[in-house]
Write a protein that binds this ligand. Structure first.
Ligand code: FES
Length: 106
């Protein structure tokens, strides 16, 4: 599947992703710098924060309690559209998912 990452300056990356890996892993493997992912996907850093494009939020699995807690440490989290990309596993239904990257990670 292809996941679309849009940088803060508008640069678009069409990132190949495989079902089973996390969105963070797909971005990291592709070399997207704006996803720092300091903790390596353990849900303990918040530097894999992304904003989900309108229309997609309801099509993703819901946040778990650890993700909710950790998101509070992200820079400018938005309750409507913030997610931690390491906590979402890619599925075949996510082809074309659009994620916007924050200007900075906390
Ligand atoms: Fe650290 Fe996602 S990579 S919380």
């Amino acid at each position: 599947v292809t996941i679309i990452f849009i940088e803060h300056d508008g640069t678009r990356h069409d990132v190949p992703a495989s079902p089973g890996q996390s969105l963070m892993e797909a971005a990291r493997d592709y070399g997207i710098q704006a996803i720092r992912a300091d903790c390596g996907g353990a849900c303990s850093c918040s530097t894999c924060h992304v904003y989900v494009a309108p229309g997609w939020m309801g099509r993703l699995p819901e946040r778990g309690p650890m993700e909710e807690d950790m998101l509070e440490f992200a820079l400018e989290p938005d309750p409507e559209r913030s997610r931690l990309s390491c906590q979402i596993k890619v599925t075949g239904a996510m082809d074309g998912l659009e994620l916007h990257l924050p200007a900075e990670q906390a």
